[in-house]
Design a protein around this ligand. Sequence first.
Ligand code: SAM
Length: 294
Amino acid sequence: MAIQKNSSFRNLDSKGALYLVPTPIGNLKDMSPRAVETLKQVNLIAAEDTRNTQKLLNYFDIKTKQISFHKFNTKERIPELIQKLNNGQDIAQVSDAGTPSISDPGHELVESCIKNEIRVIAIPGPSASITALIASGILPQPFIFYGFLPRKKSEQINELEKLNGQEYTQVYYEAPHRLKKTLENMVTVFGEKRKVVLCRELTKRYEEYIRGNLQEALEWSTNEDVRGEFVIVVQGNEKCENEIQDVQCKLTIKEQVQRLIDQQGIKPNAAIKIVAKNNNLKKQEVYNEFHGLR
Ligand code: SAM
């Protein structure tokens, strides 16, 4: 067991501390006074994109030096940052927007600081995930934060199938040009009727919440010129009888397929595929059983 005490008195040990500093996700007024003060006081800011962060620093009149720290140089940078921290320098880590480590660089640096007994101090602040969740109107807890799904269709479907029985609210990040495809896959796996909220351009001028079911959201994304940043909040699987329980409850194969079609609006072939997977059967066997072909 290891206990980290974050005394508010600085320089208690000879090592510096790592400060995790969230930055606005669109509205500069969301930068907290403590975040500004921390960025002013540290010796160095490790930033995902120094040019982008420089604009923020200029706005708040922060003169601290920066060093780049992003997913492509994480491995090389960490030893260098750890050395500086060991030598007594305080370092703040920031990403381009929102909270570091949340679908952004940071986690490996935190791990490394913990290993090296360097204090890690998180400053609370903006994150698109929590902002979307609390305004979505979908039950805010329990929830799981997923972040970005895999891009490749087969991998994404696979991941969604694992999540389909999940009763907790789910929070996803998605890029605008992939939104439609992701919603298509969600309809295929979760069915048409699951509640969803597309939370767009949070804290910005064109902030929008698009509320409905998955089929309606898919239609919206098909008809619109989809732009901006999105968080997708999906309701958990509300039914007590989810697919995992279907097997445990000993529903027949035919009943399992029928339930997915009736209660979740899933198309017959997709339902057959899910039931085959859950029961370790071949699709053809489930097809035959469902259609009474044997
Ligand atoms: N670390 C950030 C955080 O704490 O929210 C997330 C960074 S991740 C690279 C960027 C993704 O977050 C976007 O693709 C989008 O899904 C989501 N996002 C960031 N800002 C947003 C905003 N203003 N409105 C909606 N979604 C946003």
